[in-house]
Design a protein around this ligand. Structure first.
Ligand code: MN
Length: 346
C-alpha cells in the first residue's frame, strides 16, 4: 500500500472565500461523494447528512462513504442508513467515479483512516469544509473557519448562501435535525466557548422548521446500554489526579472493557466527566485497545490540549483534542501526559 505525506497548507483562503469556491465546485458538478473522519460523531454525521439533503435539493447525486460505521445512537439521523463503511474492493470505484469528493469535519486524508489511497488516487475534485486547525495540502478548495463551533455551522452558512442565491428555502425539518445534532454535540450542548449568539440564531431557525430539542437530545444521549454505565462506574472509581488536582486522568484498561463487554464506542462522553471535579483544569482519558492506545484530552481556559495531542501525532482544538499511539505502552502514555501537562499545570 502506498503511503502519502501531506505538506501543511500554506495559503488558507480567508473564510468565507473558500466557501464560495466550494459553492462554485458544487454548481459545476453533478455527482458527489461525501466522506468524514474516522469514528463518526454527531458533527461529522450531522454535517454529512445535512449536506446530502441540501445537495439533493439542488438535483445532485450523493453517496456517503466513511471510514467507520454509524454509531447506534446516531442512526436516527435522516439517511444514516445510506452511509457505506469503506470497503476498498467495493467502494474505491465510488470515490473514483464521483465528480467531487467533499471531505467534512477533517482537513487531512489521514483523518479518513484507510481511505487515503482511494481518496488520493481518485481524479475527483476535492474540497474540504471544516473547523479544525492545520489543514494539509491535498484539495482544490478549503472552506475552513476555525472560529466555527462545528462543521454543521459551516454547512448552515453554505445553505444560507445558496438560499440567497436561489431565492428559495432549503432548510427542511430533516436537514435541520442533522445540523442541530452537529451543533448540539460539538458545542457540548451549547456550552463551549464558540456557542455564539449566531449559533443560537441557527438553532432558533432549526426549531422554527420543526426540530424538537428534547427528541434530538434523547436520541443522542439517553440511549446508553447498561454495560456502558458499568464501565463508567469502574473508571470513575479509579480516577487519578496529578499536579495538585489540576490534571484528572481516567484510565480504561483492556481488562475493564472485557469485564463489562464494552468497546471504544462506549467511551463517548466519558472524558467530559473529568472536568466536573473541583479544581481540575485538564482532563484525559487513556483507553487501552487491542492494538493501540486511544487518548482524549479536555481543558478549561487557554490550556492547549491540542499541543499535547500533537506530541502523539494527533490534534484537535485548544480545549478538546485526541490522538492514538501504537508505539507506547499504557503506562508510558500516562506518564507522558503527566510530564507534558506539567508545563501548563505544575
Ligand atoms: Mn466537528
Amino acid at each position: 500500500m502506498q503511503t502519502y505525506s501531506f505538506p501543511p497548507l500554506k495559503a488558507l483562503p480567508a473564510f468565507p472565500s473558500g466557501l464560495d469556491a466550494c459553492i462554485d465546485i458544487i454548481a459545476r458538478h453533478t455527482s458527489f461523494c461525501i466522506t468524514t473522519h474516522v469514528n463518526s460523531d454527531g458533527d461529522s454525521l450531522g454535517s454529512q447528512l445535512g449536506l446530502t439533503l441540501l445537495l439533493r435539493q439542488l438535483g445532485k447525486t450523493v453517496q456517503n462513504v466513511n471510514p467507520s460505521h454509524v454509531p447506534e445512537n446516531l442512526r436516527f439521523l435522516p439517511c444514516s442508513d445510506e452511509v457505506l463503511v469503506f470497503d476498498a474492493e467495493r467502494d474505491t470505484s465510488v470515490l473514483a467515479e464521483a465528480d467531487v469528493i467533499l471531505v467534512l469535519d477533517g482537513n487531512s486524508p489521514s483523518r479518513m483512516r484507510g481511505m487515503e489511497e482511494a481518496i488520493m488516487r481518485s481524479p475527483a475534485v476535492k474540497a474540504v469544509i471544516d473547523h479544525h486547525q492545520e489543514p494539509v495540502e491535498f484539495a482544490r478548495a478549503y472552506a475552513i473557519d476555525t472560529e466555527a463551533c462545528s462543521t454543521a455551522e459551516l454547512i448552515y452558512r453554505l445553505l444560507t448562501r445558496l438560499e440567497e442565491r436561489d431565492g428559495k428555502t432549503y432548510l427542511t425539518k430533516p436537514l435541520a435535525e442533522a445540523l442541530y445534532t452537529g451543533i448540539m454535540t460539538d458545542t457540548g450542548n451549547f456550552r463551549f466557548p464558540r456557542t455564539t449568539s449566531d449559533v443560537h440564531r441557527i438553532i432558533a431557525r432549526c426549531i422554527d422548521v420543526g426540530v424538537e430539542p428534547y427528541y434530538i437530545f434523547d436520541s443522542v444521549f439517553n440511549q446508553n446500554p447498561m454495560n456502558r454505565s458499568r464501565l463508567l462506574g469502574l473508571t470513575l472509581a479509579n480516577l487519578q489526579t496529578y499536579h495538585n488536582g489540576k490534571l484528572c486522568m481516567m484510565l480504561v484498561s483492556e481488562a475493564m472493557m472485557r469485564e463489562t463487554e464494552t468497546n471504544v464506542d462506549h467511551l463517548e462522553g466519558f472524558v467530559e466527566q473529568t472536568l466536573g471535579l473541583r479544581g481540575v483544569q485538564m482532563g484525559a482519558i487513556v483507553a487501552e485497545m487491542p492494538d493501540e492506545i486511544k487518548i482524549s484530552l479536555r481543558s478549561k481556559g487557554s490550556l492547549p490540549v491540542n499541543k499535547i495531542a500533537g506530541f502523539f501525532g494527533g490534534g484537535g482544538h485548544i480545549n478538546a483534542a485526541g490522538c492514538r499511539t501504537k508505539t507506547m505502552s499504557f503506562r508510558e502514555v500516562q506518564e507522558t501526559i503527566v510530564r507534558l501537562s506539567a508545563e501548563y499545570l505544575a
